[in-house]
Design a protein around this ligand. Sequence first.
Ligand SMILES: Nc1ncnc2c1ncn2[C@@H]1O[C@H](COP(=O)(O)OP(=O)(O)OP(=O)(O)O)[C@@H](O)[C@H]1O
Length: 588
Amino acid sequence: MNRFLKKSLSRFIGSVNRIQPILTSIQFSRQFFGNLEQDPCESVEGLVRCPANHVPLSPITFLERSAKVYRDRTSLVYGSVKYTWKETHERCLRLASALTHLGISPGDVVATLAPNIPAMHELHFAVPMAGAVICTLNTRHDSAMLSILLRHSEAKVIFVDYQLLEIARGALDLLVSTESKLPILVLVPESDDSSQTAITSDTCEYERLLASGHTEFSIRRPRNELDPISINYTSGTTSRPKGVVYSHRGAYLNAFATFSLHEMGSMPVYLWTVPMFHCNGWCLIWGLTALGGTNICLRSVSPKAIFQNIALHKVTHMGGAPTVLNMIVNAPSNDRCPLPHKVEVMTGGAPPPPQILLKMEELGFGLSHLYGLTETYGPGTSCVWKPEWDALPQDERLKLKARQGVQHLGLEEVDIKDPITMKSIPADGKTVGEVMFKGNTVMSGYLKDLEATQDAFRGGWFRSGDLAVKHPDGYIEVKDRSKDIIISGGENISSVEVEMALFSHPAVLEAAVVARPDDHWGQTPCAFVKLKEGFSVDAQEIIKFCRDRLPHYMAPRTVIFEDLPKTSTGKVQKFVLREKAKALGSLF
Ligand SMILES: Nc1ncnc2c1ncn2[C@@H]1O[C@H](COP(=O)(O)OP(=O)(O)OP(=O)(O)O)[C@@H](O)[C@H]1O
Protein backbone atom coordinates (compact mmCIF):
# COMPACT_ATOMS: atom_id res chain seq x y z
CA MET A 1 0.00 0.00 0.00
CA ASN A 2 1.49 3.37 -0.87
CA ARG A 3 2.16 5.98 1.80
CA PHE A 4 -0.58 8.28 0.64
CA LEU A 5 -3.14 5.51 0.75
CA LYS A 6 -1.99 4.34 4.23
CA LYS A 7 -2.13 7.89 5.55
CA SER A 8 -5.55 8.49 4.09
CA LEU A 9 -6.85 5.21 5.36
CA SER A 10 -5.57 5.67 8.91
CA ARG A 11 -7.00 9.19 8.93
CA PHE A 12 -10.29 7.71 7.76
CA ILE A 13 -10.34 4.84 10.29
CA GLY A 14 -9.50 7.24 13.09
CA SER A 15 -12.24 9.54 12.07
CA VAL A 16 -14.89 6.85 11.94
CA ASN A 17 -15.04 6.87 15.72
CA ARG A 18 -15.49 10.59 15.85
CA ILE A 19 -18.75 12.48 15.74
CA GLN A 20 -19.38 12.92 12.02
CA PRO A 21 -18.68 9.66 10.26
CA ILE A 22 -20.70 10.49 7.16
CA LEU A 23 -19.07 13.84 6.64
CA THR A 24 -15.66 12.26 7.19
CA SER A 25 -16.23 9.57 4.63
CA ILE A 26 -17.16 12.26 2.11
CA GLN A 27 -13.96 14.14 2.96
CA PHE A 28 -12.03 10.90 2.61
CA SER A 29 -13.46 10.24 -0.83
CA ARG A 30 -12.58 13.79 -1.84
CA GLN A 31 -8.99 13.34 -0.72
CA PHE A 32 -8.56 9.98 -2.24
CA PHE A 33 -10.66 10.32 -5.35
CA GLY A 34 -10.26 14.05 -5.91
CA ASN A 35 -13.14 16.30 -6.91
CA LEU A 36 -16.15 14.02 -7.15
CA GLU A 37 -17.65 16.14 -9.89
CA GLN A 38 -14.68 15.50 -12.17
CA ASP A 39 -14.32 12.38 -14.28
CA PRO A 40 -12.28 10.06 -11.98
CA CYS A 41 -10.41 8.79 -15.04
CA GLU A 42 -8.99 12.28 -15.49
CA SER A 43 -8.38 13.19 -11.86
CA VAL A 44 -7.24 9.98 -10.16
CA GLU A 45 -3.77 8.65 -10.78
CA GLY A 46 -3.74 5.17 -12.27
CA LEU A 47 -7.18 5.18 -13.84
CA VAL A 48 -7.79 5.36 -17.55
CA ARG A 49 -10.82 5.40 -19.74
CA CYS A 50 -10.25 3.34 -22.84
CA PRO A 51 -12.17 1.04 -25.18
CA ALA A 52 -11.41 -1.85 -22.79
CA ASN A 53 -13.50 -0.38 -19.98
CA HIS A 54 -15.77 2.12 -21.66
CA VAL A 55 -18.03 1.36 -24.59
CA PRO A 56 -20.99 3.62 -25.33
CA LEU A 57 -24.11 1.69 -24.39
CA SER A 58 -26.17 0.76 -27.43
CA PRO A 59 -28.82 -1.90 -28.16
CA ILE A 60 -26.80 -2.82 -31.26
CA THR A 61 -24.66 -5.04 -29.03
CA PHE A 62 -27.76 -7.08 -28.07
CA LEU A 63 -28.05 -8.27 -31.67
CA GLU A 64 -24.37 -9.09 -32.02
CA ARG A 65 -24.47 -11.20 -28.85
CA SER A 66 -27.71 -12.96 -29.79
CA ALA A 67 -26.32 -13.83 -33.22
CA LYS A 68 -23.69 -15.87 -31.32
CA VAL A 69 -25.59 -17.15 -28.29
CA TYR A 70 -28.97 -17.89 -29.91
CA ARG A 71 -27.57 -18.37 -33.41
CA ASP A 72 -29.93 -21.07 -34.69
CA ARG A 73 -32.93 -20.24 -32.56
CA THR A 74 -35.92 -18.54 -34.11
CA SER A 75 -35.75 -14.77 -33.94
CA LEU A 76 -38.94 -13.92 -35.80
CA VAL A 77 -42.05 -15.52 -37.24
CA TYR A 78 -44.51 -13.79 -39.55
CA GLY A 79 -46.92 -16.14 -41.30
CA SER A 80 -44.70 -18.44 -43.32
CA VAL A 81 -41.62 -16.21 -42.84
CA LYS A 82 -39.17 -17.42 -40.23
CA TYR A 83 -35.63 -16.29 -39.37
CA THR A 84 -32.95 -17.37 -36.92
CA TRP A 85 -30.88 -14.88 -34.92
CA LYS A 86 -27.93 -15.53 -37.23
CA GLU A 87 -30.08 -14.70 -40.24
CA THR A 88 -31.55 -11.61 -38.59
CA HIS A 89 -28.05 -10.37 -37.79
CA GLU A 90 -26.90 -10.90 -41.36
CA ARG A 91 -30.00 -9.27 -42.82
CA CYS A 92 -29.53 -6.23 -40.56
CA LEU A 93 -25.88 -5.92 -41.59
CA ARG A 94 -26.87 -6.07 -45.26
CA LEU A 95 -29.62 -3.53 -44.76
CA ALA A 96 -27.30 -1.16 -42.85
CA SER A 97 -24.73 -1.46 -45.61
CA ALA A 98 -27.41 -0.85 -48.28
CA LEU A 99 -28.55 2.27 -46.42
CA THR A 100 -25.06 3.71 -46.65
CA HIS A 101 -25.11 2.99 -50.40
CA LEU A 102 -28.32 5.02 -50.55
CA GLY A 103 -26.32 7.92 -49.13
CA ILE A 104 -27.29 7.67 -45.47
CA SER A 105 -24.69 9.41 -43.28
CA PRO A 106 -24.33 9.33 -39.48
CA GLY A 107 -27.10 11.32 -37.85
CA ASP A 108 -29.45 11.15 -40.85
CA VAL A 109 -33.07 10.26 -40.19
CA VAL A 110 -34.65 7.15 -41.73
CA ALA A 111 -38.43 6.96 -41.40
CA THR A 112 -40.78 3.98 -41.41
CA LEU A 113 -44.49 3.70 -42.08
CA ALA A 114 -45.41 0.09 -41.41
CA PRO A 115 -47.29 -2.21 -39.04
CA ASN A 116 -45.62 -5.01 -37.04
CA ILE A 117 -43.90 -6.75 -39.94
CA PRO A 118 -40.36 -8.21 -40.16
CA ALA A 119 -38.96 -5.08 -41.85
CA MET A 120 -39.89 -3.00 -38.79
CA HIS A 121 -37.93 -5.37 -36.60
CA GLU A 122 -34.87 -5.31 -38.86
CA LEU A 123 -34.90 -1.54 -39.34
CA HIS A 124 -34.66 -1.04 -35.57
CA PHE A 125 -31.15 -2.47 -35.80
CA ALA A 126 -30.08 -1.71 -39.37
CA VAL A 127 -30.76 2.04 -39.11
CA PRO A 128 -28.65 2.57 -35.94
CA MET A 129 -25.99 0.23 -37.35
CA ALA A 130 -25.73 2.65 -40.29
CA GLY A 131 -25.22 5.44 -37.75
CA ALA A 132 -28.65 6.85 -38.51
CA VAL A 133 -31.74 7.66 -36.44
CA ILE A 134 -34.95 5.68 -36.89
CA CYS A 135 -38.20 7.62 -36.96
CA THR A 136 -41.18 5.27 -36.71
CA LEU A 137 -44.27 7.04 -37.97
CA ASN A 138 -47.78 6.26 -36.83
CA THR A 139 -49.60 4.11 -39.40
CA ARG A 140 -52.87 6.00 -38.86
CA HIS A 141 -51.54 9.36 -40.04
CA ASP A 142 -53.02 10.80 -43.21
CA SER A 143 -50.88 12.21 -46.04
CA ALA A 144 -51.09 15.76 -44.69
CA MET A 145 -49.80 14.86 -41.20
CA LEU A 146 -47.21 12.54 -42.69
CA SER A 147 -45.84 15.29 -44.91
CA ILE A 148 -45.55 17.59 -41.87
CA LEU A 149 -43.60 14.96 -39.92
CA LEU A 150 -41.36 14.07 -42.87
CA ARG A 151 -40.50 17.72 -43.32
CA HIS A 152 -39.95 18.22 -39.59
CA SER A 153 -37.74 15.15 -39.18
CA GLU A 154 -35.93 15.78 -42.50
CA ALA A 155 -36.04 12.05 -43.19
CA LYS A 156 -33.76 11.03 -46.05
CA VAL A 157 -35.43 7.67 -46.67
CA ILE A 158 -38.87 6.32 -45.83
CA PHE A 159 -39.69 2.59 -45.74
CA VAL A 160 -43.37 2.11 -46.56
CA ASP A 161 -45.54 -0.95 -46.16
CA TYR A 162 -47.38 -1.77 -49.41
CA GLN A 163 -50.78 -1.17 -47.79
CA LEU A 164 -49.79 2.39 -46.87
CA LEU A 165 -48.21 3.28 -50.19
CA GLU A 166 -50.96 5.64 -51.35
CA ILE A 167 -50.80 7.63 -48.11
CA ALA A 168 -47.02 7.91 -48.37
CA ARG A 169 -47.21 8.94 -52.03
CA GLY A 170 -49.80 11.56 -51.08
CA ALA A 171 -47.40 12.92 -48.45
CA LEU A 172 -44.53 13.07 -50.96
CA ASP A 173 -46.76 14.93 -53.42
CA LEU A 174 -47.46 17.51 -50.72
CA LEU A 175 -43.74 17.83 -50.04
CA VAL A 176 -43.07 18.44 -53.76
CA SER A 177 -45.40 21.42 -53.61
CA THR A 178 -43.40 22.91 -50.71
CA GLU A 179 -40.10 22.29 -52.51
CA SER A 180 -38.70 20.23 -49.64
CA LYS A 181 -36.12 17.63 -50.60
CA LEU A 182 -37.99 14.39 -51.04
CA PRO A 183 -37.03 11.30 -49.07
CA ILE A 184 -36.29 8.15 -51.07
CA LEU A 185 -39.27 5.81 -50.81
CA VAL A 186 -38.50 2.13 -50.22
CA LEU A 187 -41.50 -0.11 -50.73
CA VAL A 188 -41.94 -3.02 -48.35
CA PRO A 189 -44.12 -5.63 -50.07
CA GLU A 190 -45.94 -8.36 -48.16
CA SER A 191 -43.05 -10.63 -47.19
CA ASP A 192 -45.45 -13.49 -46.61
CA ASP A 193 -46.65 -13.34 -50.22
CA SER A 194 -44.65 -11.08 -52.52
CA SER A 195 -47.02 -11.65 -55.48
CA GLN A 196 -49.49 -9.22 -53.93
CA THR A 197 -47.57 -6.06 -54.71
CA ALA A 198 -46.88 -4.80 -58.18
CA ILE A 199 -43.38 -3.31 -58.14
CA THR A 200 -42.58 -0.88 -60.90
CA SER A 201 -39.02 -0.67 -62.15
CA ASP A 202 -38.49 2.79 -60.63
CA THR A 203 -39.52 1.67 -57.14
CA CYS A 204 -36.83 0.83 -54.65
CA GLU A 205 -37.95 -2.42 -53.07
CA TYR A 206 -37.01 -3.74 -49.62
CA GLU A 207 -35.63 -7.19 -50.40
CA ARG A 208 -33.78 -5.94 -53.48
CA LEU A 209 -32.23 -3.16 -51.44
CA LEU A 210 -31.29 -5.57 -48.64
CA ALA A 211 -29.70 -7.99 -51.12
CA SER A 212 -27.52 -5.17 -52.48
CA GLY A 213 -25.80 -4.80 -49.09
CA HIS A 214 -23.09 -7.01 -47.65
CA THR A 215 -22.52 -8.77 -44.35
CA GLU A 216 -18.92 -7.52 -43.92
CA PHE A 217 -20.31 -4.08 -43.24
CA SER A 218 -18.43 -2.23 -40.54
CA ILE A 219 -21.02 -0.99 -38.06
CA ARG A 220 -21.06 2.76 -37.44
CA ARG A 221 -21.27 2.61 -33.68
CA PRO A 222 -22.32 5.64 -31.65
CA ARG A 223 -19.30 7.70 -30.59
CA ASN A 224 -21.23 8.93 -27.62
CA GLU A 225 -23.90 6.85 -25.93
CA LEU A 226 -26.11 9.94 -25.84
CA ASP A 227 -26.20 10.01 -29.65
CA PRO A 228 -29.81 9.82 -30.86
CA ILE A 229 -31.10 6.40 -31.85
CA SER A 230 -34.75 7.19 -32.56
CA ILE A 231 -37.42 9.83 -32.91
CA ASN A 232 -40.91 8.98 -31.69
CA TYR A 233 -43.65 11.44 -32.41
CA THR A 234 -46.14 11.51 -29.50
CA SER A 235 -49.45 9.97 -30.38
CA GLY A 236 -51.37 13.22 -30.46
CA THR A 237 -54.02 12.33 -27.90
CA THR A 238 -54.03 15.85 -26.55
CA SER A 239 -52.07 17.96 -28.99
CA ARG A 240 -49.99 18.15 -32.13
CA PRO A 241 -47.35 15.37 -32.19
CA LYS A 242 -43.90 16.34 -30.88
CA GLY A 243 -40.67 14.58 -31.95
CA VAL A 244 -39.33 12.86 -28.83
CA VAL A 245 -35.65 11.93 -29.20
CA TYR A 246 -34.21 8.78 -27.56
CA SER A 247 -30.49 8.09 -27.07
CA HIS A 248 -28.61 4.80 -27.50
CA ARG A 249 -27.98 4.80 -23.76
CA GLY A 250 -31.61 5.41 -22.83
CA ALA A 251 -32.82 2.74 -25.26
CA TYR A 252 -30.33 0.24 -23.83
CA LEU A 253 -31.40 0.96 -20.25
CA ASN A 254 -35.13 1.03 -20.91
CA ALA A 255 -34.91 -2.26 -22.81
CA PHE A 256 -33.30 -3.80 -19.71
CA ALA A 257 -35.76 -2.19 -17.31
CA THR A 258 -38.78 -3.25 -19.36
CA PHE A 259 -37.91 -6.91 -19.71
CA SER A 260 -36.89 -7.11 -16.07
CA LEU A 261 -40.14 -5.61 -14.80
CA HIS A 262 -41.96 -8.06 -17.07
CA GLU A 263 -39.91 -10.80 -15.34
CA MET A 264 -38.92 -12.18 -18.74
CA GLY A 265 -36.31 -14.89 -18.63
CA SER A 266 -34.14 -16.14 -21.44
CA MET A 267 -35.78 -16.92 -24.81
CA PRO A 268 -39.36 -15.71 -24.28
CA VAL A 269 -41.89 -15.94 -27.11
CA TYR A 270 -43.45 -12.51 -27.54
CA LEU A 271 -46.62 -11.77 -29.48
CA TRP A 272 -46.50 -8.32 -31.04
CA THR A 273 -49.79 -6.65 -30.22
CA VAL A 274 -48.18 -3.35 -29.15
CA PRO A 275 -47.43 -1.26 -32.26
CA MET A 276 -43.71 -1.34 -32.97
CA PHE A 277 -43.93 2.31 -34.01
CA HIS A 278 -45.08 3.31 -30.51
CA CYS A 279 -42.03 4.05 -28.32
CA ASN A 280 -40.14 1.45 -30.40
CA GLY A 281 -42.55 -1.18 -29.13
CA TRP A 282 -42.02 0.05 -25.55
CA CYS A 283 -38.28 -0.59 -26.25
CA LEU A 284 -38.97 -4.31 -26.36
CA ILE A 285 -37.77 -4.77 -29.95
CA TRP A 286 -34.34 -4.21 -28.44
CA GLY A 287 -35.13 -5.94 -25.13
CA LEU A 288 -36.31 -9.19 -26.71
CA THR A 289 -33.16 -9.31 -28.79
CA ALA A 290 -31.05 -9.17 -25.63
CA LEU A 291 -32.91 -12.23 -24.36
CA GLY A 292 -32.83 -14.17 -27.63
CA GLY A 293 -36.62 -14.07 -27.67
CA THR A 294 -38.85 -15.04 -30.57
CA ASN A 295 -40.88 -12.20 -32.10
CA ILE A 296 -44.29 -13.27 -33.37
CA CYS A 297 -45.30 -10.51 -35.76
CA LEU A 298 -48.91 -9.65 -36.56
CA ARG A 299 -49.96 -7.25 -39.29
CA SER A 300 -53.26 -6.56 -37.57
CA VAL A 301 -54.52 -7.43 -34.11
CA SER A 302 -57.75 -9.36 -33.56
CA PRO A 303 -58.84 -11.65 -30.71
CA LYS A 304 -58.90 -14.61 -33.12
CA ALA A 305 -55.33 -13.96 -34.27
CA ILE A 306 -54.19 -13.52 -30.66
CA PHE A 307 -55.63 -16.85 -29.46
CA GLN A 308 -54.46 -18.72 -32.58
CA ASN A 309 -50.91 -17.40 -32.31
CA ILE A 310 -50.68 -18.09 -28.59
CA ALA A 311 -51.51 -21.74 -29.20
CA LEU A 312 -49.47 -22.11 -32.39
CA HIS A 313 -46.24 -20.52 -31.17
CA LYS A 314 -46.48 -21.18 -27.42
CA VAL A 315 -46.45 -17.46 -26.72
CA THR A 316 -45.19 -16.64 -23.23
CA HIS A 317 -45.62 -12.83 -23.18
CA MET A 318 -47.51 -10.08 -24.90
CA GLY A 319 -48.43 -6.46 -24.27
CA GLY A 320 -51.33 -4.21 -25.01
CA ALA A 321 -53.24 -1.08 -24.12
CA PRO A 322 -56.45 -1.64 -22.14
CA THR A 323 -58.38 -1.44 -25.46
CA VAL A 324 -56.62 -4.60 -26.61
CA LEU A 325 -57.56 -6.34 -23.36
CA ASN A 326 -61.13 -5.07 -23.75
CA MET A 327 -61.22 -6.57 -27.23
CA ILE A 328 -59.99 -9.92 -25.89
CA VAL A 329 -62.46 -10.18 -23.00
CA ASN A 330 -65.41 -9.12 -25.13
CA ALA A 331 -64.54 -11.27 -28.15
CA PRO A 332 -67.29 -13.55 -29.46
CA SER A 333 -66.82 -17.01 -27.95
CA ASN A 334 -66.01 -18.61 -31.34
CA ASP A 335 -63.02 -16.24 -31.65
CA ARG A 336 -61.63 -17.42 -28.32
CA CYS A 337 -60.22 -20.70 -27.14
CA PRO A 338 -58.96 -21.80 -23.73
CA LEU A 339 -55.35 -20.78 -23.14
CA PRO A 340 -52.99 -23.78 -23.37
CA HIS A 341 -50.78 -22.16 -20.70
CA LYS A 342 -50.46 -18.93 -18.76
CA VAL A 343 -49.54 -15.90 -20.87
CA GLU A 344 -48.07 -12.85 -19.16
CA VAL A 345 -49.57 -9.59 -20.40
CA MET A 346 -48.09 -6.18 -19.82
CA THR A 347 -50.76 -3.48 -20.04
CA GLY A 348 -50.40 0.29 -20.07
CA GLY A 349 -50.91 3.37 -22.19
CA ALA A 350 -54.20 4.28 -20.47
CA PRO A 351 -55.80 3.46 -17.11
CA PRO A 352 -56.93 -0.20 -17.13
CA PRO A 353 -60.47 -0.66 -15.74
CA PRO A 354 -60.34 -3.20 -12.86
CA GLN A 355 -63.21 -5.23 -14.40
CA ILE A 356 -61.11 -5.84 -17.50
CA LEU A 357 -58.10 -6.87 -15.42
CA LEU A 358 -60.33 -9.36 -13.61
CA LYS A 359 -61.80 -10.86 -16.78
CA MET A 360 -58.31 -11.24 -18.27
CA GLU A 361 -57.19 -13.10 -15.17
CA GLU A 362 -60.27 -15.32 -15.39
CA LEU A 363 -59.26 -16.19 -18.94
CA GLY A 364 -55.89 -17.36 -17.62
CA PHE A 365 -53.67 -14.37 -18.41
CA GLY A 366 -51.16 -13.02 -15.88
CA LEU A 367 -51.34 -9.23 -15.73
CA SER A 368 -48.76 -6.58 -14.97
CA HIS A 369 -49.55 -2.89 -15.12
CA LEU A 370 -47.19 -0.24 -16.51
CA TYR A 371 -47.37 3.48 -16.90
CA GLY A 372 -45.30 5.95 -18.83
CA LEU A 373 -45.18 8.37 -21.71
CA THR A 374 -43.46 8.59 -25.06
CA GLU A 375 -41.07 10.96 -23.23
CA THR A 376 -40.06 8.16 -20.82
CA TYR A 377 -39.31 5.65 -23.59
CA GLY A 378 -42.74 4.07 -22.91
CA PRO A 379 -42.77 2.19 -19.59
CA GLY A 380 -41.53 4.26 -16.64
CA THR A 381 -43.32 2.74 -13.67
CA SER A 382 -44.91 -0.59 -12.88
CA CYS A 383 -47.24 -1.81 -10.21
CA VAL A 384 -44.70 -4.17 -8.64
CA TRP A 385 -46.80 -6.98 -7.22
CA LYS A 386 -46.28 -8.25 -3.66
CA PRO A 387 -47.15 -11.94 -3.08
CA GLU A 388 -49.06 -11.14 0.12
CA TRP A 389 -51.59 -9.19 -1.96
CA ASP A 390 -52.75 -12.44 -3.61
CA ALA A 391 -54.73 -13.32 -0.49
CA LEU A 392 -56.68 -10.03 -0.41
CA PRO A 393 -60.37 -9.85 -1.36
CA GLN A 394 -60.86 -9.47 -5.12
CA ASP A 395 -61.94 -5.80 -5.01
CA GLU A 396 -58.92 -4.75 -3.00
CA ARG A 397 -56.57 -6.78 -5.16
CA LEU A 398 -57.87 -5.16 -8.33
CA LYS A 399 -57.69 -1.69 -6.82
CA LEU A 400 -54.04 -2.31 -5.97
CA LYS A 401 -53.29 -3.61 -9.46
CA ALA A 402 -54.92 -0.61 -11.13
CA ARG A 403 -52.34 1.67 -9.44
CA GLN A 404 -49.45 2.81 -11.63
CA GLY A 405 -46.88 1.83 -9.01
CA VAL A 406 -43.25 2.70 -8.68
CA GLN A 407 -40.37 3.63 -10.96
CA HIS A 408 -38.55 0.90 -12.85
CA LEU A 409 -34.81 0.27 -12.64
CA GLY A 410 -33.90 2.63 -15.48
CA LEU A 411 -35.15 5.70 -13.63
CA GLU A 412 -33.73 7.58 -10.66
CA GLU A 413 -37.01 8.78 -9.26
CA VAL A 414 -40.68 9.27 -9.91
CA ASP A 415 -42.42 11.70 -7.61
CA ILE A 416 -45.71 13.52 -7.29
CA LYS A 417 -45.08 17.20 -6.82
CA ASP A 418 -46.89 20.45 -6.51
CA PRO A 419 -46.08 21.91 -9.96
CA ILE A 420 -45.72 25.45 -8.59
CA THR A 421 -43.68 24.92 -5.40
CA MET A 422 -42.01 21.69 -6.63
CA LYS A 423 -42.53 20.23 -3.14
CA SER A 424 -43.42 16.53 -2.91
CA ILE A 425 -47.06 16.04 -2.00
CA PRO A 426 -47.81 13.97 1.13
CA ALA A 427 -48.14 10.21 0.61
CA ASP A 428 -51.73 10.14 1.86
CA GLY A 429 -53.54 8.73 -1.17
CA LYS A 430 -55.59 11.95 -1.36
CA THR A 431 -53.48 14.98 -2.20
CA VAL A 432 -53.18 15.41 -5.95
CA GLY A 433 -50.00 16.61 -7.64
CA GLU A 434 -48.20 16.22 -10.97
CA VAL A 435 -46.24 13.08 -11.84
CA MET A 436 -42.58 13.99 -12.41
CA PHE A 437 -39.73 11.82 -13.63
CA LYS A 438 -35.97 11.97 -13.30
CA GLY A 439 -33.41 9.56 -14.69
CA ASN A 440 -31.59 8.01 -17.60
CA THR A 441 -34.69 6.84 -19.44
CA VAL A 442 -36.18 10.28 -19.86
CA MET A 443 -36.04 11.69 -23.43
CA SER A 444 -33.17 13.85 -24.63
CA GLY A 445 -35.71 16.48 -25.72
CA TYR A 446 -38.18 17.45 -28.42
CA LEU A 447 -36.60 17.68 -31.85
CA LYS A 448 -36.14 21.32 -32.95
CA ASP A 449 -38.29 22.62 -30.10
CA LEU A 450 -36.01 23.94 -27.39
CA GLU A 451 -38.78 25.95 -25.80
CA ALA A 452 -40.99 22.87 -25.34
CA THR A 453 -37.98 20.86 -24.07
CA GLN A 454 -37.05 23.49 -21.50
CA ASP A 455 -40.66 23.80 -20.43
CA ALA A 456 -40.96 20.02 -19.96
CA PHE A 457 -37.77 19.97 -17.81
CA ARG A 458 -38.62 23.08 -15.74
CA GLY A 459 -37.43 22.65 -12.13
CA GLY A 460 -35.03 19.81 -12.94
CA TRP A 461 -37.73 17.18 -13.45
CA PHE A 462 -39.65 15.94 -16.46
CA ARG A 463 -43.22 17.13 -16.01
CA SER A 464 -45.68 14.55 -17.29
CA GLY A 465 -48.89 16.61 -17.26
CA ASP A 466 -50.54 13.71 -15.41
CA LEU A 467 -52.23 14.24 -12.05
CA ALA A 468 -51.82 11.59 -9.39
CA VAL A 469 -51.81 10.75 -5.71
CA LYS A 470 -49.15 8.89 -3.75
CA HIS A 471 -50.24 6.14 -1.38
CA PRO A 472 -48.57 5.57 1.99
CA ASP A 473 -46.62 2.60 0.51
CA GLY A 474 -45.10 4.95 -2.10
CA TYR A 475 -47.14 3.61 -5.05
CA ILE A 476 -48.59 6.27 -7.30
CA GLU A 477 -52.09 6.31 -8.75
CA VAL A 478 -52.86 8.44 -11.79
CA LYS A 479 -56.14 10.31 -11.44
CA ASP A 480 -56.23 12.16 -14.72
CA ARG A 481 -54.34 14.15 -17.27
CA SER A 482 -54.28 17.79 -16.28
CA LYS A 483 -55.96 18.60 -19.60
CA ASP A 484 -58.77 16.11 -18.93
CA ILE A 485 -59.74 16.99 -15.37
CA ILE A 486 -63.30 18.38 -15.08
CA ILE A 487 -63.97 21.29 -12.76
CA SER A 488 -67.62 21.45 -11.75
CA GLY A 489 -68.85 23.98 -9.20
CA GLY A 490 -65.27 24.37 -7.96
CA GLU A 491 -64.82 20.60 -7.40
CA ASN A 492 -62.19 18.65 -9.35
CA ILE A 493 -63.62 15.54 -10.99
CA SER A 494 -61.26 12.84 -12.21
CA SER A 495 -62.59 11.71 -15.59
CA VAL A 496 -60.78 8.38 -14.98
CA GLU A 497 -62.79 7.70 -11.81
CA VAL A 498 -66.09 8.35 -13.60
CA GLU A 499 -64.97 6.10 -16.47
CA MET A 500 -64.12 3.30 -14.02
CA ALA A 501 -67.66 3.52 -12.61
CA LEU A 502 -69.11 3.39 -16.13
CA PHE A 503 -66.97 0.36 -17.01
CA SER A 504 -68.51 -1.56 -14.12
CA HIS A 505 -71.95 -1.40 -15.83
CA PRO A 506 -72.53 -4.76 -17.51
CA ALA A 507 -73.77 -3.15 -20.75
CA VAL A 508 -70.84 -0.76 -21.23
CA LEU A 509 -68.12 -1.75 -23.69
CA GLU A 510 -66.21 1.54 -23.85
CA ALA A 511 -66.55 4.85 -22.05
CA ALA A 512 -64.90 8.25 -21.97
CA VAL A 513 -65.84 11.29 -19.93
CA VAL A 514 -65.06 14.92 -20.80
CA ALA A 515 -66.07 18.37 -19.63
CA ARG A 516 -69.19 19.99 -21.07
CA PRO A 517 -69.08 23.78 -20.61
CA ASP A 518 -71.84 25.01 -18.31
CA ASP A 519 -73.09 28.51 -17.50
CA HIS A 520 -73.94 27.61 -13.91
CA TRP A 521 -71.39 24.97 -12.85
CA GLY A 522 -68.53 25.98 -15.12
CA GLN A 523 -68.32 22.41 -16.45
CA THR A 524 -70.33 19.20 -16.05
CA PRO A 525 -69.23 15.61 -16.79
CA CYS A 526 -70.36 14.38 -20.20
CA ALA A 527 -70.05 10.64 -20.88
CA PHE A 528 -69.59 9.08 -24.28
CA VAL A 529 -70.50 5.41 -24.14
CA LYS A 530 -70.37 2.49 -26.52
CA LEU A 531 -72.62 -0.39 -25.50
CA LYS A 532 -71.88 -4.08 -25.88
CA GLU A 533 -73.70 -5.80 -28.72
CA GLY A 534 -77.22 -6.89 -27.83
CA PHE A 535 -77.54 -4.47 -24.87
CA SER A 536 -79.84 -1.50 -24.67
CA VAL A 537 -79.94 1.02 -21.81
CA ASP A 538 -80.86 4.68 -21.77
CA ALA A 539 -78.98 7.71 -20.48
CA GLN A 540 -81.04 7.95 -17.30
CA GLU A 541 -80.16 4.40 -16.28
CA ILE A 542 -76.45 5.09 -16.82
CA ILE A 543 -76.64 8.32 -14.82
CA LYS A 544 -78.47 6.58 -11.96
CA PHE A 545 -75.93 3.74 -12.01
CA CYS A 546 -73.10 6.26 -11.58
CA ARG A 547 -74.95 8.25 -8.88
CA ASP A 548 -75.29 5.00 -6.89
CA ARG A 549 -71.51 4.56 -6.97
CA LEU A 550 -70.02 8.05 -6.98
CA PRO A 551 -70.63 11.34 -5.16
CA HIS A 552 -73.51 12.95 -7.07
CA TYR A 553 -71.48 15.85 -8.41
CA MET A 554 -69.18 13.34 -10.16
CA ALA A 555 -71.93 11.44 -12.01
CA PRO A 556 -72.36 12.36 -15.69
CA ARG A 557 -75.13 14.82 -16.44
CA THR A 558 -75.08 13.95 -20.14
CA VAL A 559 -74.68 10.54 -21.78
CA ILE A 560 -74.13 10.13 -25.50
CA PHE A 561 -74.11 6.69 -27.09
CA GLU A 562 -71.65 6.35 -29.98
CA ASP A 563 -68.36 4.83 -31.17
CA LEU A 564 -65.36 6.47 -29.54
CA PRO A 565 -62.65 8.07 -31.72
CA LYS A 566 -59.24 6.52 -30.96
CA THR A 567 -55.58 6.97 -31.79
CA SER A 568 -53.74 4.09 -33.40
CA THR A 569 -52.36 3.17 -29.98
CA GLY A 570 -55.90 2.61 -28.77
CA LYS A 571 -56.37 5.79 -26.75
CA VAL A 572 -59.58 7.74 -26.87
CA GLN A 573 -59.10 11.10 -28.54
CA LYS A 574 -60.68 13.18 -25.83
CA PHE A 575 -60.04 16.45 -27.64
CA VAL A 576 -62.47 15.28 -30.34
CA LEU A 577 -65.10 14.44 -27.68
CA ARG A 578 -64.49 17.74 -25.91
CA GLU A 579 -65.33 19.57 -29.14
CA LYS A 580 -68.57 17.58 -29.40
CA ALA A 581 -69.46 18.31 -25.77
CA LYS A 582 -68.72 21.98 -26.33
CA ALA A 583 -71.02 22.05 -29.36
CA LEU A 584 -73.87 20.83 -27.14
CA GLY A 585 -73.78 24.13 -25.24
CA SER A 586 -74.70 24.68 -21.60
CA LEU A 587 -77.02 22.20 -19.90
CA PHE A 588 -78.40 24.64 -17.34
N1 LIG B 1 -51.04 2.82 -17.00
C1 LIG B 1 -51.54 4.00 -17.27
N2 LIG B 1 -52.54 4.51 -16.53
C2 LIG B 1 -53.07 5.74 -16.77
N3 LIG B 1 -52.67 6.51 -17.80
C3 LIG B 1 -51.68 6.07 -18.58
C4 LIG B 1 -51.06 4.80 -18.36
N4 LIG B 1 -50.08 4.66 -19.27
C5 LIG B 1 -50.08 5.77 -20.03
N5 LIG B 1 -51.04 6.62 -19.64
C6 LIG B 1 -51.42 7.92 -20.23
O1 LIG B 1 -50.82 8.02 -21.51
C7 LIG B 1 -50.00 9.19 -21.57
C8 LIG B 1 -48.82 8.97 -22.47
O2 LIG B 1 -49.26 8.82 -23.78
P1 LIG B 1 -48.28 8.92 -25.02
O3 LIG B 1 -47.00 9.50 -24.61
O4 LIG B 1 -48.28 7.61 -25.66
O5 LIG B 1 -48.93 9.89 -26.06
P2 LIG B 1 -50.02 10.93 -25.84
O6 LIG B 1 -49.70 11.61 -24.55
O7 LIG B 1 -51.29 10.20 -25.94
O8 LIG B 1 -49.84 11.99 -27.00
P3 LIG B 1 -49.90 13.58 -26.84
O9 LIG B 1 -48.86 13.97 -25.82
O10 LIG B 1 -49.59 14.08 -28.20
O11 LIG B 1 -51.27 13.91 -26.39
C9 LIG B 1 -49.62 9.46 -20.13
O12 LIG B 1 -49.27 10.82 -19.94
C10 LIG B 1 -50.88 9.06 -19.38
O13 LIG B 1 -51.82 10.11 -19.38
